[in-house]
Design a protein around this ligand. Structure first.
Ligand code: DSN
Length: 428
């Protein structure tokens, strides 16, 4: 093989190399790619070796339809305590009355909320997709917008902040049965209490989707929706730094309905290897260092935002309170997609993204979306954010200058070597 492998070269890896060297080589190439680039996609991170070990374990062999103590397969002596450990750690970390770690990912988890509380055709209210929302909050192309009746609120054109007057007016007029807070491109603190008040006024279920900010909440760097929301859903792989999966937390009164919506309503057997990975990630997130991580993620985002604004970048809402920055590139004379592709060639991976009131289509929108969870996991701090802003500025100013892009990519690969990411083993 044309590579050396570090601490991760165990029997499993040797077997993979022997059995399927094509897949093994692609995985190693991806490890190098993740190591040598600056990962600014705000929904991505680097899991630890411990999380990887649990996620890649023999727990993938076991079926466990049902819940601990109430399964439809025998042989659950060890699966039950693993799942109970995951749910009790989730409850403790977030202060929740009930938790369920079985949802396969974010959208299936959100679908469970619909199945638990709504009938087809009922009204759901969420933030407009181009204002930072999520497909599963009632967007037209999602089952949630096809099988339910979506109504929307948005952000103010002037401030880029959620317009709570509009949200209240829409809720009073349309009487949604379910109100979502949260999304995928919201750079500011979410006022969960304000959403809960609106939901109460119209007698709606209030669901908070904290997929992006779960790790910040766990680490005390963002207010928690737990006291205010009927149900809180989240993926486990973003700021929370666990394996690709999801979980929900709820008030006890909704526990049975929600559990039944996940199984047997929407899913079969839980992915026990993922459950174990989530349990490990939740243990990591309960350590004091994770609080430092969450605070540094926000501190890094603030510095990156300031540095970009100092270079003439137009940030939606004029900055950030969390891990995420949304940039309107109109003033830079380039659209989101070519800018994102040039930055990727230069070694900075991010999303092209719509911005609120975007005149362009999602396939080539006006903006880009970046975030600091992954770079913070590899130990980058304020001085590194300044360098990243300089590189971004250089590439966005000349997205077709391939010589400059290649030179930047080489600089970035060298720079990245000083910040080894968690969970990466490739040694050359
Ligand atoms: N795909 C997620 C994100 O990138 O924000 C949302 O589901």
């Amino acid at each position: 093989m044309a590579f050396r492998y570090g601490s991760g070269m165990n029997d499993a890896w040797k077997a993979l190399l022997e059995t399927d060297s094509e897949i093994a080589e692609l995985i190693v190439a991806e490890e190098r790619r993740e190591r040598d680039k600056i990962r600014l996609i705000p929904s991505e991170n680097y899991v630890s070796h411990a999380v990887l070990a649990a996620t890649g374990s023999i727990l993938t062999n076991k079926y466990s339809e049902g819940y601990p103590g109430r399964r439809y397969y025998e042989g659950q002596q060890l699966i039950d305590p693993i799942e109970e450990m995951a749910t009790s750690r989730a409850r403790e970390l977030f202060g929740a009355e009930h938790a369920n770690v079985q949802p396969y990912s974010g959208t299936p988890c959100n679908l469970a909320v619909y199945l638990a509380f709504l009938q087809p055709g009922d009204t759901v209210m969420g933030i407009e997709l181009s204002h930072g929302g999520h497909l599963s909050h009632g967007h037209n192309v999602s089952a949630t917008g096809i099988w339910f009746r979506p109504v929307r609120y948005g952000v103010s054109r002037e401030t880029g902040l959620i317009d709570f007057d509009e949200a209240r007016d829409v809720a009073k007029k349309e009487r949604p049965k379910l109100i979502w807070a949260g999304g995928t491109a919201l750079p500011r603190t979410i006022d969960f209490e304000a959403f809960a008040e609106i939901a109460k006024e119209v007698d709606a279920i209030f669901a908070a989707d904290i997929a992006h900010i779960a790790g910040l909440i766990a680490g005390g760097a963002h207010p928690s929706p737990i006291p205010f929301a009927d149900v809180v859903t989240t993926t486990t792989h973003k700021t929370l730094r666990g394996p690709r999966g999801a979980m929900f937390m709820s008030k006890s009164e909704h526990a049975n309905k929600m559990d039944r919506a996940v199984f047997p309503g929407l899913q079969g057997g839980p992915h026990n290897h993922t459950t174990a990975g989530i349990a490990v990630a939740l243990k990591e997130a309960s350590q004091p260092e994770f609080k430092d991580y969450a605070k540094q993620t926000v501190a890094n985002a603030k510095v990156l935002a300031e540095e970009l604004m100092a270079r003439g970048f137009d940030l939606v809402s004029g900055g950030t309170d969390n891990h995420l920055i949304l940039i309107d590139l109109e003033g830079k004379g380039v659209t989101g997609k070519p800018a994102a592709k040039a930055l990727d060639r230069a070694g900075i991976e991010l999303n092209f993204n719509t911005v609120p009131f975007d005149p362009r289509k999602p396939a080539d929108p006006s903006g880009i979306r970046i975030g600091t969870p992954a770079v913070t996991s590899r130990g980058m701090r304020e001085p590194e954010m300044k360098k990243i802003a300089e590189w971004m500025d250089r590439v966005v100013a000349a997205p077709e200058n391939e010589d400059s892009i290649a030179a930047t990519a080489a600089e970035i690969a060298e720079f990245c070597r000083a910040f080894p990411p968690p969970g990466i083993s490739v040694a050359d």
